[in-house]
Design a protein around this ligand. Structure first.
Ligand code: CP
Length: 312
């Protein structure tokens, strides 16, 4: 595999899930594969899980991970072509990506959206500039519009915890105090579209995700109706897509409660704000899969890195 930037880089999600389960059962089996290979992790934004689980995955494969907080520690990078660079940026992505490619065999990038400029965010300028100007494979650690490592993790977690051949999975919007990106919801939607599940999205009016991503997935504005007979409730806040980046609704009635989800398993990518997005009683119950989801981030990343290493 030459890159992992989108859920569509998964050719067969069922075989990927089975391989991820094998890696989880024996995480050090391929410790020789990454010997003398370096993974560079470049963070333009904060992270706990992605930062640590991707390094752990690299270490399990015998790779050497090196990490940089680009926004805080590097020179300001210019991404526009032809700019007279007499402002705040000090080096161009053309040089930066070429230089990092000399130090690293694989480069992983995290770069969130502005949530103010839809067109620019959807162009995935930072991620795609690394794809264009780096000479080594690129892994998406959450870009402006997608988080495919999280989407793969979530597919694995559902497969592991499903007791039915075709479970009902609900992606539910929940309130939040800040405007958040669409990336997790987008990649979760795309992952579920590849799986044999009954998939429904519940969100308030004004919060439909990009229709080019949701396609023919059923969307309802009635959360309780969506939760009926649900096996998995995956919760995430996102800002409005149509009224781009705006917070239109903070209605606490959309918060996830134990009473609402009943017997369903609860999922969230984390970090999560307790008693805003979901009440304590859910997170502190046996229904919550959030810690296992975070654990599975390592095996999803390890599978992706393994496929890239096998093709170097
Ligand atoms: N779920 C996730 O990507 O977590 P971090 O933002 O902490 O990496």
């Amino acid at each position: 595999m030459k890159k992992y930037t989108h859920i569509d880089d998964i050719d067969n999600i069922n075989s990927w899930i089975e391989e991820a389960k094998e890696i989880k059962a024996n995480p050090l089996k391929n410790i020789a594969l990454g010997k003398n290979k370096t993974l560079g992790l470049l963070f333009f934004n904060s992270s706990l899980r992605t930062r640590l689980s991707t390094q752990k995955a690299a270490l399990n494969l015998g790779m050497n991970p090196i990490v940089m907080n680009v926004s805080g520690d590097a020179w300001g990078i210019e991404f526009e072509d032809g700019t007279v660079m007499n402002g705040t940026t000090a080096e161009h992505i053309k040089e930066a990506a070429a230089v990092v490619s000399q130090y690293c065999d694989v480069i992983a990038v995290r770069a969130f959206p502005s949530l103010t400029d839809k067109e620019k965010d959807e162009s995935e300028q930072v991620l795609n500039s690394f794809v264009k100007y780096a000479s080594v494979p690129i892994v998406n650690m959450e870009s402006a519009i997608s988080h495919p490592l999280q989407g793969l993790t979530d597919a694995l977690t559902i497969s592991e915890n499903s007791t039915k051949k075709r479970p009902k999975v609900v992606l539910s919007w929940a309130p939040h105090v800040k405007a958040l990106p669409h990336a997790v919801a987008n990649s979760f939607t795309q992952a579920m579209q590849k799986m044999d599940v009954e998939f429904v999205i519940a969100n308030p009016e004004g919060y439909n995700l990009n229709s080019e991503i949701t396609k023919n997935t059923r969307i309802t504005h009635n959360q309780n109706e969506a939760f009926k007979d649900a096996d998995f409730v995956y919760t995430k806040n996102w800002s409005s897509y149509d009224d781009y980046g705006q917070v239109l609704n903070t209605d606490p009635n959309w918060m996830i409660t134990k009473e609402k989800i009943d017997e369903a398993k609860f999922m969230h990518c984390l970090p999560v704000r307790r008693n805003v997005v979901v009440e304590d009683a859910v997170l502190d119950s046996d229904s919550s899969l959030v810690i296992e989801q975070a654990n599975n981030r390592t095996y999803a990343a390890q599978l992706v890195l393994k496929k890239i290493l096998e093709d170097l």
